[in-house]
Design a protein. Structure first.
Length: 214
């Protein structure tokens, strides 16, 4: 029983790790804490639900559509909401993300209501049995994907030119612009990437009250 609880906890924790990864990427580049990131996570699940049940597409198409929608949404948030107040105090920037979180909740509640919606499992593979411990296919993929994404972004931000550009844009946006970096476009892209990391393949969709996973 304890081993099964540990495995289930690691699988659930991997989902929270993905949420934290997206927030960390954005903070690393822009020093902004995005309090709407949990709602982006929720929005991705409802996007998958919409594509699956309304358009009748496959899960792969729905997942890809969710990533694209999140990237575009993150880019639009930076361009339309954050950039006009980019020189405002950090408190104002943080409150803008709080307002965005309520906006996304309101949109989802207006369209789907507050009921929990079920998503079909992404994978139909048989679970793996290790003694009395059951390893579900979705948990295995979630844990593996989390480890891979964390490793990829760690290398990108710490060991590559992209990471140096991100550090330059964070420390001195004007200096980064002087060496040829398009800082606004870079910020817009990183907002999109951070949002896309919030892609969700949870088995349920619901309106979060305080946490991104229900």
């Amino acid at each position: 029983m304890l081993a099964q609880l540990v495995v289930s906890g690691i699988g659930q924790g991997s989902i929270y790790a993905l949420v934290a990864l997206g927030m960390t990427i954005l903070f690393r580049v822009t020093t902004i804490v995005n309090f709407a990131h949990g709602e982006l996570f929720m929005f991705s699940a409802f996007t998958i639900y919409l594509v699956l049940h309304t358009l009748g597409a496959s899960y792969a198409v729905a997942a890809l559509a969710s990533v694209v929608v999140l990237f575009v949404l993150g880019s639009l948030v930076e361009r339309l909401l954050m950039r006009p107040i980019m020189h405002a105090p950090h408190m104002a920037l943080a409150m803008m993300t709080v307002a965005l979180s309520y906006l996304l909740r309101g949109i989802v509640r207006m369209v789907w209501g507050g009921d929990v919606r079920s998503l079909p499992p992404m994978f139909n593979f048989d679970p793996i049995m290790i003694g009395n411990v059951v390893l579900a296919a979705q948990d295995i993929v979630t844990i593996a994907a989390t480890l891979v994404l964390v490793a990829i972004f760690f290398v990108l931000l710490q060991r590559t030119t992209l990471g140096k550009l991100a550090q330059a844009a964070t420390d001195s946006p004007r200096g980064a612009a002087l060496i040829g970096l398009n800082v606004p476009a870079f910020y817009r892209t990183m907002w999109g990437v951070a949002a896309a990391v919030a892609w969700s393949h949870r088995s349920r969709c619901c309106i979060p009250t305080w946490a991104p996973a229900c």
